[in-house]
Every structure is written in structure tokens, then in C-alpha cells.
Design a protein around this ligand. Structure first.
Ligand SMILES: Cc1cc2nc3c(=O)[nH]c(=O)nc-3n(C[C@H](O)[C@H](O)[C@H](O)COP(=O)(O)O)c2cc1C
Ligand code: SF4
Length: 442
């Protein structure tokens, strides 16, 4: 049955402090899915995850089961790494999930590790999440004491360890290969791909990196089956979606919702509408690295494929009339990204907001490749002068040209994270930029 607004999986225990203790979690049925999983063949679990249409909740929406199947069958040592770095502006779901339901993450990780035959596994958590680290470490200690982690889990012969590693505040360390470098004690800079981590990752071994929410969905798939999970969702996206709504709404928060909800319902209904009786100007659908939607585009579903392909969303232009080509004949519209929905009302100074976004990415660029290092710096400089009413005629096209020079030409997607919102805002809110530039022609 498709999910409705009452369907709660990964947020079911929000607000229940009992769930974060081992005893409380067990009372709620916790770790029963692990018992079931240990009675299954590892490949059968991967098959269920594939059938479930679970897609990664970390940003790219990649099919989880397919990613798992890239691990070479004859690999001697495999690692599973949970990405809890959560630094994309506007995103705060993983933090809440770890805080309220740490054992669900552990259960999801042990089941996934069993499917991948991964013994030594890691949770890379954003360093600033002090409160969550304490909760998580306590839960891990409890799980070791009760035999849910350790050398012989529940007498199955399967050995599984989880080490929590705290980051040191760099956004780039959420990018999976920078994260692996950081875990190894190296500088947190992305690696060239291929090889992809599933083939050569942590310490040179095949490694699966998955987001917190992705892994927390796995126990439900084992419990009720891949087909059940697929049916909850829409099309090729199984399950529910958790979004973090911030900005100019009456009820900001973390919400788990059916994939079939529209962006308009999310803003007007779930998030209580735009504050102060104002209207929507723009909505960023998946963290600030994604192109925005304007008011006329809010009837699209909050689902992975819809946000990429729905023709009601205008394609992003490089320069007026010239669409941004993502390869394979596809144009960039937007993406579900990390689930960070940022709502901007009709009083928002769009060039100022864009400058703030550019400042973030310029600051966080690791500096390894020239288009990103130089390009994000220039985007920030030009956006700053435009935002402050000191722009020159031609600055809009200059920003678009710089953004175009970055996208697709860098080692990791931080380049696109700066370029895409710039191109998207210019495409949809050109008039706002023009109004700030004296002497600019429309
Ligand atoms: C600059 C950058 C930052 C990222 N930050 C995060 C993050 O904080 N958390 C996350 O789960 N994924 C992040 N990602 C995506 C990861 O590289 C990776 O795709 C993801 O962890 C895979 O998990 P999933 O398949 O479960 O989505 C980031 C990617 C980039 C390019
Ligand atoms: S795109 Fe930017 S952040 Fe990514 S590797 Fe290159 S310089 Fe570093």
C-alpha cells in the first residue's frame, strides 16, 4: 500500500526518549529484524534491498541495492561506512534520527554489514554534533554488551564492529571519498573516480558509503520485504522521504512524508504555510546545492525522479536560451538532494541569498582543482558586488559563464553544488539580479 502522511518508519520514535535506550528499543521490537536477517543468506538481503527501490538519502539518490552489488564477490575485506557528516545547508534530518533512534541506525548497519560481509565498519559523524555523539556512543556500548555488536553476533558466527569517528568541521568531508581520506588520517580531499569506493575504498578495500537515513530504512525492508517497501513509494523510489523544512514557514521542522506529496502541499500544509501571510518566492528542494523552484513549479512531487524530470520545472539555462546539458540528452531541472527544503518568501532579497550560498561553497572548496577553487571564489566575488548594488552590466552573464566553467569539470560534485544553484537562480530570478545592477539591460 502506498505511504500516507501517517506512515512513519525512520521518524516513528521521534519524541520518545525511551527508544534511545537499548531496553526501550527492544521493548518496541528492536533488533528482531537483525535476528531475522542473520537467518537469511547475505545475498538474499541485498536482493530484497534491490527489490525495495531504496535510493540513497545522502544526495544523489543512487539505488542502494545496485551500489551494494558493485562490491566484488571475491573481496576478502569489505567496509561499511555510515555518512553522518550532514553539512549541506538546510539539512538536519540525520542529526535528529541519530538522537531519537540510535539503535535503529545500529540495527540497520549490522544488517547491511552482514549483507556486505563487512566486519570493521565506521560512522563518520559531523564533529559539531556533540549531543548525538554521546547518544550514539552510549547506544553502541550497549549493543556490544548485549551481543548485537562484537565477535559473534547472537551466536551466528558473524563478527561486526562499529567505530564512531568525529569529523572536524569540513563540509567537503561529507563527500564520500574525502570522508574516506579523512578516516584514514589523510587530508580530507576527494579522490578521483573511478575507482569507486565499492571497488577500492577505505584502506584500499571495497567500501560502501551510505547515508544515515538510507541505512535506517534497511531493517524495515528485512522485516516486511522489498516489495512492501517499493509499494510505499512512487515509481522507482521506494519508501518514504524525510525532509527538513526551514526558512520562511510557520512550522519549520523534520517531516517524514509519502513520496507522493507535492512541494506545494509540503509548504502550505505540512509546514503551515509561508509566514506573515506572505507568498512563496522560491523553494530550494534539496539543500542549497540544488537549483530552486519558483512559485509556479510547486505542484511537482517531492520524489527523486519527478524533481529531475517533471516538465513543469523549467530547465536551467547557462545563458539565456542555452540549456545546461547534463549529458545523455538530459537537461538540469533540479534534484531531491539531501532533503533540505528552504522556503523563501516574496520579501527575500534573492541576490543577497545567492551571495550567502556562494560564500559557503567558496569557503568549503578544498582547493584541489582549479575550476572549483578559482570559480567558486569568483562566483562569490561577483555575487557579492551584485548583492550590494555594485554590480556591473554583464555581471549576470559573467556569473553564469563562470558557473558553466565549473560544472562537470571538477573532481567532485562540490563544483556543481555552487554552479547549479547559481545557474538556477539566474534562470528563474533574472529580474531580481537586473534590478540590483544599475545600467544593466533587461
Ligand atoms: C560536497 C559533498 C558533500 C556531501 N555531504 C554529504 C553528507 O554530509 N552526508 C551524506 O550522506 N552524503 C553527502 N554527500 C554524498 C556522498 O558523497 C555519498 O554520495 C553519500 O553519502 C552516499 O550515501 P547514499 O547512497 O546512502 O545516499 C556529499 C557529496 C558531496 C559532493
Ligand atoms: S570540486 Fe572543489 S571541493 Fe571537489 S575536489 Fe575539486 S576543489 Fe575540491
Amino acid at each position: 500500500m502506498p505511504a500516507d502522511r501517517t506512515t512513519k518508519l525512520v521518524t516513528a520514535h521521534f519524541g520518545n526518549p525511551d527508544a534511545s535506550t537499548l531496553v526501550g528499543y527492544e521493548r518496541l521490537g528492536g533488533y528482531q529484524r537483525l535476528r531475522k536477517a542473520l537467518g537469511m543468506k547475505p545475498d538474499a538481503i541485498t536482493a530484497e534491498v534491490k527489490a525495495s527501490n531504496l535510493r540513497g538519502r545522502g544526495g544523489a539518490g543512487f539505488a542502494t541495492g545496485m551500489k551494494w552489488s558493485f562490491v566484488p564477490k571475491d573481496a576478502r575485506t569489505v567496509h561499511l561506512v555510515c555518512n553522518a557528516d550532514e553539512s549541506e545547508p538546510g539539512t538536519c534530518k540525520d542529526r535528529e534520527m541519530i538522537f531519537w533512534d540510535p539503535h535503529l541506525l545500529i540495527e540497520g548497519m549490522v544488517i547491511s554489514a552482514y549483507a556486505l560481509r563487512a566486519t570493521h565498519n565506521y560512522i563518520y559523524i559531523r564533529g559539531e554534533m556533540m549531543r548525538e555523539v554521546v547518544v550514539l556512543q552510549k547506544a553502541i556500548d550497549e549493543a556490544y554488551q548485549r551481543g548485537y555488536l562484537g565477535p559473534n553476533i547472537l551466536g551466528s558466527g558473524f563478527e561486526c564492529h562499529i567505530t564512531v569517528h568525529r569529523g572536524a568541521g569540513a563540509y567537503i568531508c561529507g563527500e564520500e571519498t574525502a570522508l574516506l581520506n579523512s578516516l584514514e588520517g589523510e587530508r580530507g580531499q576527494p579522490r578521483l573516480k573511478p575507482p569507486f569506493p565499492a571497488v577500492k575504498g577505505l584502506f584500499g578495500n571495497p567500501t560502501i558509503v551510505n547515508n544515515v537515513e538510507t541505512l535506517m530504512n534497511v531493517p524495515f525492508i528485512v522485516d516486511k520485504g522489498g516489495a512492501w517497501f517499493a509499494e510505499l513509494g512512487v515509481g522507482r523510489s521506494g519508501g518514504t522521504r524525510t525532509v527538513c523544512v526551514s526558512g520562511h514557514v510557520n512550522k519549520p521542522g523534520v517531516y517524514e512524508l509519502p513520496m507522493s506529496i507535492t512541494m506545494r502541499e509540503l509548504v502550505d500544509d505540512v509546514a503551515g504555510g509561508v509566514w506573515k501571510g506572505r507568498k512563496v518566492k522560491a523553494v530550494i528542494p534539496g539543500g542549497t546545492s540544488m537549483p530552486p523552484l519558483d512559485e509556479s513549479e510547486l505542484d511537482v512531487l517531492c520524489e527523486f525522479d519527478a524533481l529531475m524530470t517533471d516538465e513543469r520545472i523549467k530547465p536551467v539555462e547557462v545563458l539565456p536560451g542555452q540549456l545546461f546539458d547534463m549529458g545523455g540528452g538530459r537537461n538540469l531541472r533540479t534534484m531531491a538532494g539531501s532533503g533540505g527544503v528552504v522556503v523563501m518568501d516574496d520579501h527575500t532579497d534573492i541576490p543577497m541569498a545567492v551571495w550567502r550560498i556562494m560564500k559557503f561553497y567558496a569557503h568549503e572548496s578544498c582547493g584541489q582543482c582549479t575550476p572549483c577553487r578559482e570559480g567558486t571564489g569568483w562566483l562569490e566575488k561577483v555575487a557579492r558586488r551584485v548583492a550590494h548594488g555594485e554590480g556591473k552590466p554583464g555581471d549576470i552573464d559573467l556569473m553564469a559563464t563562470i558557473a558553466h566553467g565549473i560544472a562537470g569539470n571538477t573532481i567532485c560534485a562540490l563544483g556543481e553544488a555552487a554552479a547549479w544553484p547559481m545557474m538556477g537562480f539566474i534562470t528563474k530570478f533574472r529580474a531580481d539580479f537586473l534590478a540590483k545592477i544599475k545600467g544593466a539591460a533587461a
